[in-house]
Design a protein around this ligand. Structure first.
Ligand code: ATP
Length: 233
C-alpha cells in the first residue's frame, strides 16, 4: 500500500532522516519507535507532504505521490493525526467532526457521523462539548475520528497514547483494532513498546534518522525491557 525508498530529510543543514526505506501492506498496523529526536515525526510529515526539505520516493496505492502536496495526498486516502491532535478548541465535538472535506477520492466512503459515534460512543456523549472541555483521551479519539471521517485508508498517527492513563491507552488500543478491522491501515509512532506489541503487526526502530532494526511482535515482547531502557522510559 505504502512504499518509501531512500527517504532523506533536512532542517537547513541538519539531516533528520537518512535513506529510510520501508513498506506498509494494506490492513497492517506498523509502528515507528525511537528516542526523542530520532526522526519519527519528520518521517510522518514527509509521508503527508508536509516537509519541504526531503529527497527519495513515496509510493501510495501504486502511484508515485512524491511530488504531491498534502491536500492531494489526503484526497488519495492518506490521513495524518498530529501529536498536538489539531482540534479546534472553541468548536464542539460535533462541529469538529463536521469540518473535514470529503476527500476520499477513489478510497472507501467517508465515515458517516453515525458510524463515528458507534465506534466512539464517548464522542456521542460529548458531542455538544467544546474541544477545551475534553480530556486528553477524548481529544485523541476526536482527532482519530476526524481523520476517519475523511475516508482515509492509511492513518499516520503521531503517538496517540502519549500522556494518557493506562485505562485510556487500552481504549485507544481497542479503537485502533476496530479501525484495522474496518479496513484502515495504520502507521503509528509509539514509545510504549508493550502497547505497540498488543496492537501492531510489525515495528521499526529509528535512531538518528535511520531504521536500525525491524521487528515482529514476538521480538518486541522478548526484548521489551531492553527496548524500554534504550528508549529511556
Ligand atoms: P520527538 O518524539 O521528540 O518528536 P522524533 O523522533 O519525532 O522525536 P523529530 O521531531 O522528527 O524526531 O526530529 C528529528 C530531528 O530533527 C531532531 O534532531 C530534531 O531536533 C530536528 N528537528 C525537528 N524539527 C525541527 C525544526 N522545526 N527545525 C530544526 N530541527 C528540527
Amino acid at each position: 500500500m505504502l512504499r518509501v525508498d531512500g527517504l532523506s530529510a533536512w532542517y537547513g543543514e541538519a539531516q533528520a532522516l537518512r535513506d529510510v526505506s520501508l513498506h506498509v501492506d494494506e490492513g497492517e498496523i506498523v509502528t515507528l519507535v525511537g528516542r526523542n529526536g530520532a526522526g519519527k515525526t519528520t518521517l510522518l510529515r514527509c509521508l503527508m507532504g508536509l516537509h519541504a526539505g526531503a529527497s527519495g520516493t513515496v509510493r501510495f496505492l501504486d502511484e508515485d505521490i512524491t511530488a504531491l502536496g498534502p491536500h492531494k495526498r489526503a484526497r488519495r486516502g492518506l490521513g495524518y493525526v498530529p501529536d498536538d491532535r489539531g482540534i479546534f478548541a472553541t468548536l464542539s465535538v460535533e462541529e469538529n467532526l463536521l469540518l473535514p472535506p470529503k476527500t476520499a477520492g477513489k478510497g472507501p466512503e467517508p465515515w458517516p457521523l453515525e458510524r463515528v459515534y458507534e465506534t466512539f460512543p464517548r464522542l456521542r456523549d460529548r458531542r455538544r462539548f467544546p474541544g477545551t472541555k475534553l480530556s486528553g483521551g477524548e481529544q485523541q479519539m476526536l482527532a482519530l475520528a476526524r481523520v476517519l471521517r475523511t475516508g482515509a485508508r492509511l492513518l499516520l498517527c503521531d503517538e496517540p497514547t502519549e500522556g494518557l492513563s493506562p485505562l485510556i491507552v487500552a481504549q485507544i488500543g481497542d479503537i485502533l483494532r476496530e479501525v484495522k478491522a474496518a479496513g484502515v491501515t495504520v502507521l503509528l509512532i509509539e514509545q510504549n513498546v508493550h502497547f505497540a506489541a498488543t496492537v501492531a503487526d510489525r515495528h521499526h526502530l529509528l535512531a538518528e534518522g535511520r531504521i536500525v532494526q525491524s521487528m515482529d511482535n514476538a521480538e518486541v515482547r522478548a526484548r521489551e525491557s531492553e527496548l524500554l531502557q534504550y528508549l529511556g522510559i
